[in-house]
Design a protein around this ligand. Structure first.
Ligand SMILES: [Zn+2]
Length: 253
């Protein structure tokens, strides 16, 4: 598969707006929570915005739509099933479907849980997961149920190991701290923490993270492993129950 070059624009404290090419001098922007830093970064690179892709209605992901819309008049794409509709969308996505953003075919995956209509976008091997899946973590369950969120995580987990995970926030170190609180002796997590600390001294994010690594190290993707159920004192419990308790513990962490 052809490698697609994408790059992040850091916004606010820890949000990431991701840009990928749709033509020789145009990009699609995923989750621009703030339009000004994105416009500045793209202008500096002589790029224009052809498409804006929103994963969910939270303003720290969608708040930059007006600024980018006025500047470049891009096609605005977002979820259809949100409790709070996102104004001004040209294309709303009600089911799993595909659409074309310039030269890129974008595959839409409905992943409810963080919000009711949350979608993820798969473009080549790039997975823009918004606030559903983070490196070594997952989003809070605000509007959906834990069962729904677990099903959404399983859906993302079913993608190939070579898929590159790109998230709406850089939360990796906090997530590793929580994962190690469950599983303090996990050597692979300890090694990954060291790698992340070094990388974050040079760059605003450690992402992308290969999904193959997430399947091995992200506790929220491992709720159906007996070892993980045991770490939570839930030996033999259904994965939904393990997920629910893990998420509750993370909310209090
Ligand atoms: Zn959110």
């Amino acid at each position: 598969m052809e490698r697609i070059d994408c790059f992040p624009v850091p916004i606010f404290h820890d949000n990431l707006a991701w840009c990928f090419p749709t033509g020789p001098s145009s990009v699609a922007v995923v989750d621009p929570g703030d339009g000004l830093p994105v416009a500045r970064a793209l202008t500096a690179r002589d790029l224009t915005v052809s498409h804006v892709l929103i994963t969910h209605h939270h303003r720290d992901h969608s708040g930059g739509v007006e600024v980018l819309g006025r500047r470049w008049n891009p096609v605005l794409v977002g979820p259809a099933n949100e409790d709070t509709p996102i104004p001004g969308m040209d294309l709303t996505l009600a089911g799993d479907c595909t659409f074309q953003a310039g030269g890129q075919l974008c595959q839409v995956m409905q992943v409810p849980g963080h919000t009711r209509g949350h979608v993820a976008y798969l473009v080549g091997n790039l997975l823009f997961a918004g606030d559903t899946l983070f490196s070594i973590g997952c989003g809070r369950v605000f509007e959906g149920s834990p069962e729904q969120m677990w099903a959404s995580l399983c859906k993302l987990r079913s993608l190939p190991d070579s898929t590159e995970l790109l998230c709406g926030h850089e939360y990796t170190l906090q997530n590793i701290a929580f994962a190690l609180s469950l599983d303090p002796g996990n050597e692979a997590l300890l090694a990954f923490r060291q790698e992340c600390e070094a990388r974050l001294r040079q760059a605003p994010t450690v992402l992308p993270s290969p999904l193959g690594r997430e399947k091995l190290l992200n506790p929220f993707l491992r709720c159906d492993e007996p070892l993980v159920a045991r770490l939570l004192g839930l030996e033999g419990a259904a994965p939904e129950k393990v997920f629910r308790m893990m998420r509750q513990e993370k909310d209090r962490f």
